[in-house]
Design a protein around this ligand. Structure first.
Ligand code: IMP
Ligand code: MG
Length: 181
């Protein structure tokens, strides 16, 4: 752990060591669950990249990896939660056991859209593994099979999560100072 935190960071929520230990546990559960399956990890760019890379290295099974990117927008009437695919998967997921890997599930709008879209493509199974879960802000109910950490209602950064595209490369998760939120 660094003695001084970068400007803008209020406090550390999860240290590098805590994250590594938790990812170990989750990877163990996934390794048990997906034995004899055709596991494919699908990462949602860009936030999940750090988590997916750490998780994949701890899963003791053969697996494939693919990525997609989404963009969220608000329509003219100001309705939140509209999502579209900005970069699609490279390959088909038909017949595969897909584990969608997310950085954080907040309102659930993004995840609901992704699950509906992926389910229509004929995977053998479809489940979700998220690094962080802010259940207190959920608006639409979505199934989350694996989660590393439940977090309080603060904006967080690090280990893939950004604020204005910065802070993704921190190897811990931290809360931003309120004036940055
Ligand atoms: P949802 O559709 O509201 O569940 O939004 C989830 C997406 O919002 C995540 O995939 C993140 O990209 C972004 N997000 C939500 N909360 C945070 C946060 O605390 N820090 C950084 N990104 C966040
Ligand atoms: Mg995201």
């Amino acid at each position: 752990m660094t003695a001084t935190l970068p400007a803008g960071i209020e406090r550390v929520l999860f240290t590098e060591e805590q994250i590594e230990r938790r990812i170990d546990e989750i990877a163990g559960q996934i390794s048990d669950r997906y034995k004899d399956k055709n596991l494919k990890l699908i990462g949602v760019l860009k936030g999940s990249v750090f988590f997916l890379a750490a998780l994949a290295r701890k899963i003791r099974l053969p697996l494939k990896i693919d990525f997609l990117a989404i963009s969220s927008f608000t329509n003219k009437s100001g309705a939140p939660g509209l999502v579209r695919i900005a970069k699609d998967l490279d390959d088909s997921i038909e017949g595969e056991d897909v584990l969608l890997v997310e950085d954080i599930v907040d309102t659930g709008f993004t995840l609901r859209y992704l699950l509906q879209t992926l389910a229509s493509r004929g995977p053998n199974s479809l489940a979700v593994c998220t690094f962080l879960d802010r259940n207190s802000r959920r608006i639409v109910q979505v199934p989350v099979e694996f989660r590393c950490f439940e977090i309080p209602d603060h904006f967080v950064i690090g280990f893939g999560l950004d604020y204005n595209q910065l802070y993704r490369n921190l190897n811990y998760v931290a809360v931003l100072k309120p004036d940055r939120e």
